[in-house]
Design a protein around this ligand. Structure first.
Ligand SMILES: NC(=O)c1ccc[n+]([C@@H]2O[C@H](COP(=O)([O-])OP(=O)(O)OC[C@H]3O[C@@H](n4cnc5c(N)ncnc54)[C@H](OP(=O)(O)O)[C@@H]3O)[C@@H](O)[C@H]2O)c1
Length: 245
């Protein structure tokens, strides 16, 4: 794929689901990928899988709640491969509840991971991108922030905060650093397994079983965005199952 070969791409939340698919998809197209997440065993397995098919990959244990982890993460890319061309801020969690349930701990978890975690990723990458005078930020957002429904207010809020921040950054960056938002709808991953509200968990899992699309669709969107020439910035991509209402 044009413009992907040799690119150094760091991906957060690469131990499963979309992050894993993005890492494998990019590596197949010749990118050097750096996988970050908390579950090191899964990361190691994916790295081995990529290497066994001739790809280049490494991993780092990171918790996106810790800003120092993100700095270490991007430095791993630079130390190992000599540059950082792209950061994919993909790590995310969701807890779904009514606002008046006041699930404040879960709100904070989502804000820490989905919002602050992405900002930490951007903050770690931007100095390197500035020095190189080039770079690309890809944020995995959600259709939850587009069609806003009950029970998903705070989750959608964290995702839409990223959309808002990205638009300001796009204008500020004057073209040297590109920024892309990818908003998936239902995608078949383990994402719903961590939802504590049993009723919501079952609803989401049912939706997943019935209509969710393969994470490959999201990987392909990231590949599309990264394969553009330097003067082309893909802004927002929304990918839903055709049947998602
Ligand atoms: N699946 C969907 O239907 C859907 C729809 C719209 C948007 N999304 C978004 O897509 C992204 C990926 O989700 P997924 O569906 O692929 O689910 P997933 O399989 O559960 O993947 C989530 C990833 O985030 C990582 N992660 C979570 N907390 C982390 C932390 N504190 N530090 C570092 N990594 C952390 C997890 O790794 P560890 O547990 O190993 O740390 C895992 O690799 C998320 O941002 C999610 O909001 C998902």
């Amino acid at each position: 794929m044009q413009n992907i070969k040799g690119k150094v791409v760091a991906i957060t939340g690469a131990s499963s689901g979309m992050g894993k698919a993005i890492a494998i998809g990019l590596a197949k197209n010749g990118a050097k990928v750096v996988l970050g997440a908390r579950r090191t065993e899964q990361l190691q397995q994916i790295v081995e899988e990529i290497k066994s098919t001739g790809g280049e990959a490494t991993s780092a244990k990171i918790d996106v709640k810790n800003k120092a982890d993100l700095v270490r993460f991007v430095n791993t890319a630079v130390e190992q491969y000599g540059a950082l061309d792209v950061i994919v801020n993909n790590a995310g969690v969701s807890q779904l509840s009514r606002i008046d349930e006041l699930d404040i701990d879960d709100w904070e978890e989502m804000i820490d991971i989905n919002l602050k975690g992405v900002l930490y990723g951007m903050a770690a990458a931007i100095p390197i991108f500035k020095q190189q005078q080039s770079g690309h930020i890809v944020n995995i957002i959600s259709t939850s922030g587009i069609k806003i429904v009950p029970m998903q207010g705070v989750y959608a809020g964290t995702k839409n905060a990223i959309r808002t921040i990205a638009e300001a950054f796009r204008q500020e960056s004057e073209g040297n650093i590109r920024i892309t938002g990818v908003s998936p709808g239902f995608v078949k991953t383990d994402f719903a397994n961590n939802i504590k509200n049993e009723e919501m968990k079952t609803t989401i899992q049912k939706g997943m079983e019935q209509i969710a699309i393969n994470p490959l669709a999201i990987a392909n969107a990231v590949i599309y965005a990264l394969s553009q020439p330097n003067n082309v910035e893909i802004g927002d991509i929304v990918i839903r199952p055709s049947k998602q209402n």
